[in-house]
Design a protein around this ligand. Structure first.
Ligand code: AMP
Length: 562
C-alpha cells in the first residue's frame, strides 16, 4: 500500500535513520501522522511496537532536526507557495481533489515594514498579539489598521502557530464581504504581521459584558447583528469554508451598528460530497460552542457553524454569558445527546428567536437550517417596534414615558399585556399593551417582506446589512403590519403569547418550561462546580474560551469510515 501524502514526511524521516520498518506501526498503532503527535508518544509506546531505546534516541534526534528545519524554512516561500504537507491537518484521501479556494489575484498587498506604525495593544489571541496601527500608503495617506503579529519564541515562531497564522492569511486574502473582517496585507518582517481592517469598538463580547454605566445593547440591534452574521456566514459557505470558532468574542464591532466576522485561525475548507472537514489530530476546540458531531467525531461543516450561530445568538441575548458554564467540557456532549439538554431561553430572547436557535441545535446536521434560510427566518422572528402613547407608572410594569420607542419581545394582538424593551432606558419588562402603538412607518430596505429562500438564492444576498447608513430608527425593523403580513396570526400568537406572573396583574415572561415538553424545549438545570479547561497556548489560558482537546486520531479514523 502506498503511503498517504500527509505521512510521507514520516517515511522519509524514518528512512533517513534506517528505521523505515517502523513506519506502519507508528502510523497505524500509535496514530502518528504529524510531527507534533510525537509529543503524546511515550517511550513505553515505542517499546510496545518493538523499537529499542537506542533507536528511540535516534528518532528523537531526527525529530528535533526535522522540527527546527520546519521553523527555518523561507517564510516568503511558504506564504506564496502554500503550506508544507506537515502543516496541513489530515483529510480523507477520497476528498483530496479539493483544496483551499482558488486565489483571486494572490496576496492582497505586501506591505513594507516601515509603512506600518504599531500603537496600543488591542488584544491577544492564540498565536499573536493585535495592536492598533497606522498604515502609510505610497500616496502618503494614512489608514488606521489593526496589526496582528505572530508570536515569536526564543527559537523563532513555533511550527503550529506559524502554520495557523499563515493559514489565516491565506484564507483571509480571498475574502471580501461587508461583514467579514478585511485583510489589507502582510508585512514580511520579524515578526510576521497581518495588517487588517481596524474594528475600533473591539469585540462584541467585550461590549456585551461591559459594566455599567455602559447601557446594554438594544434587542433590535442584536437582531441586526444576527442578520449581518447570517449573511457573512452564508458567504463563507459559498466559499466552501467552515469557520469552526463562531462566538461573540470573534465578532468585532467596526461601528456601533456593524459587526464583522474575524479570527480565521480555525477556518478550514470543506471537502467531499458531504461538505465536511474532519480534524486530523488532537487540537483544542471551543467545546461549549460545538455541535455534537464536532465533539464526537471532530466533524465540522456549515451545519456545525449553524449550531455555533445558535450558541452565539444565545450569548448575545444573555449579555455575553458563558454557554454551559459549570458543565465540565467532557460532559457537554452527554448533556446534548443523552439528556437532550439545550441552553435555556435568555429573558431578552423572544420565543420566536429561541425557536430559531432550537432549530440551529437540531441533533442531525441535515435538519438544521442553512445560513441563507436563517436570514429569512430571522426576518420573520424580528421583534416589532412600537411607541409609547402614555406614561406607564403602574406597579410592576416597565416604566415608560410618552414617546418612548419600544421593542416588543413578547405580545400578541389579543393579549392585554406585552413584554418589551424601552428604547430610551434599555430596561426590559411587561406593560399594558394599550400603552403602546405599533410602528407602521413604511417598509425600509431592511424590512422587505420575507420570502423564504432556497440556499442557492439566499447566497446572492451579500450586501451590507449595516445599520449606520439606514439611520437607526423604527424604520429599520419590520413594521407591525409587515410582521403580521409575513407571519400567520395563529403562528404569531403561538410564538409571542406571554403568561401572567402571579399577583402583578401583568403578564411576564414564561421562564419555566411546561411539565411535559418535547426535547426541543428542555432547559438545562444549572449543574455545580466548573472545572475549567483552557487553550493550551499560554496567552489563551483561562477566560471564556473553555478550549478542550478533542478528537484523537483514532476517533477521526472511525468517523471517516462512516
Ligand atoms: P485574535 O487573535 O484574532 O483572536 O484577536 C485577539 C483580540 O484582538 C480580539 O479579541 C480583539 O479584541 C482584538 N482584535 C483582533 N483583531 C482586531 C481588529 N481588526 N480590530 C480591533 N481589535 C481587534
Amino acid at each position: 500500500m502506498l503511503p498517504e501524502a500527509s505521512s510521507l514526511w514520516l517515511l522519509r524521516l524514518l528512512r533517513d535513520i534506517q528505521l523505515a520498518q517502523f513506519y506502519r506501526p507508528i502510523l497505524e498503532e500509535l496514530n502518528v501522522t504529524r510531527p507534533e503527535h510525537f509529543d503524546f508518544v511515550r517511550p513505553e509506546d515505542l517499546d510496545g511496537i518493538g523499537m529499542g531505546r537506542p533507536a528511540q534516541r535516534r528518532l528523537a534526534e531526527a525529530l528535533k532536526k526535522h522540527r527546527s528545519g520546519l521553523k527555518s524554512k523561507n517564510w516568503v516561500y511558504k506564504i506564496l507557495g502554500g503550506f508544507a504537507p506537515e502543516q496541513k491537518e489530515t483529510t480523507p484521501p477520497s476528498d483530496s481533489h479539493l483544496s483551499l479556494p482558488e486565489r483571486e489575484g494572490g496576496l492582497k498587498c505586501l506591505i513594507p515594514d516601515g509603512a506600518v506604525r504599531r500603537g496600543e495593544l488591542l488584544g491577544s489571541g492564540c498565536f499573536g498579539v493585535v495592536h492598533r496601527g497606522l498604515w502609510t500608503l505610497p500616496s502618503g495617506q494614512s489608514v488606521p489598521v489593526a496589526v496582528k503579529s505572530l508570536r515569536v519564541g526564543p527559537e523563532g515562531p513555533v511550527g503550529t502557530e506559524l502554520g495557523d497564522f499563515l493559514r489565516e492569511v491565506s484564507i483571509m486574502m480571498n475574502l471580501e464581504h461587508p461583514h467579514v473582517l478585511r485583510l489589507h496585507g502582510l508585512v514580511l518582517g520579524q515578526p510576521l504581521q497581518m495588517v487588517m481592517e481596524l474594528a475600533p469598538l473591539g469585540s462584541l463580547h467585550a461590549r456585551l459584558t461591559a459594566p455599567a454605566p455602559t447601557p446594554p445593547l438594544p434587542v433590535a440591534l442584536l437582531c441586526l447583528f444576527l442578520r449581518q452574521l447570517a449573511g457573512a456566514m452564508a458567504y463563507l459557505g459559498t466559499r466552501g469554508l467552515v469557520h469552526r470558532d463562531l462566538a461573540t468574542r470573534n465578532l468585532l464591532l467596526a461601528s456601533p451598528r456593524t459587526i464583522k466576522v474575524a479570527d480565521f485561525g480555525l477556518v478550514r475548507p470543506l471537502r467531499g460530497a458531504r461538505g465536511r472537514y474532519v480534524m486530523g489530530g488532537p487540537r483544542p476546540i471551543p467545546y461549549a460552542w460545538c455541535a455534537p458531531e464536532s465533539l464526537r467525531e471532530g466533524a465540522f461543516s456549515s451545519a456545525s457553524d449553524v449550531w455555533m450561530f445558535g450558541v452565539t445568538l444565545w450569548e448575545m441575548f444573555s449579555g455575553g454569558e458563558e454557554p454551559w458554564a459549570g458543565v465540565p467540557p467532557y460532559l457537554i456532549l452527554q448533556r446534548l445527546e443523552q439528556d437532550r439538554a439545550r441552553l435555556p431561553r435568555p429573558p431578552l430572547c423572544s420565543r420566536a428567536l429561541y425557536a430559531l436557535a432550537l432549530r440551529c441545535w437540531a441533533p442531525h446536521p441535515a435538519d438544521r437550517p442553512s445560513f441563507s434560510y436563517l436570514e429569512g427566518l430571522l426576518q420573520e422572528a424580528w421583534p416589532p417596534e412600537g411607541r409609547c402613547v402614555r406614561d406607564v407608572t403602574e406597579a410592576g410594569a416597565l416604566r415608560m414615558q410618552t414617546g418612548d420607542p419600544v421593542t416588543i419581545i413578547e405580545g400578541s394582538p389579543d393579549s392585554a399585556t406585552w413584554k418589551g424593551q424601552n428604547g430610551r432606558t434599555f430596561k426590559v419588562g411587561s406593560f399594558p399593551a394599550s400603552a403602546v402603538t405599533l410602528a407602521d412607518a413604511g417598509v425600509s430596505p431592511a424590512t422587505r417582506p420575507v420570502h423564504r429562500v432556497s440556499p442557492a438564492q439566499g447566497e446572492r444576498h451579500q450586501g451590507s446589512v449595516d445599520g449606520d447608513g439606514g439611520k437607526a430608527k423604527m424604520r429599520d425593523v419590520p413594521s407591525a403590519r409587515a410582521q403580521r403580513r409575513n407571519v400567520p396570526l395563529q403562528r404569531m400568537k403561538a410564538l409571542l403569547s406571554p403568561a401572567s406572573p402571579p399577583g402583578s396583574g401583568l403578564p411576564g415572561p414564561r421562564e419555566n418550561p411546561p411539565t411535559v415538553i418535547p426535547w426541543e424545549c428542555l432547559e438545562l438545570a444549572k449543574p455545580p462546580s466548573p472545572p475549567e479547561t483552557s487553550c493550551p497556548t499560554p496567552s489563551c489560558r483561562g477566560g471564556l474560551r473553555r478550549w478542550s482537546w478533542a478528537c484523537t486520531e483514532s476517533r477521526t479514523r472511525s468517523a471517516r469510515q462512516h
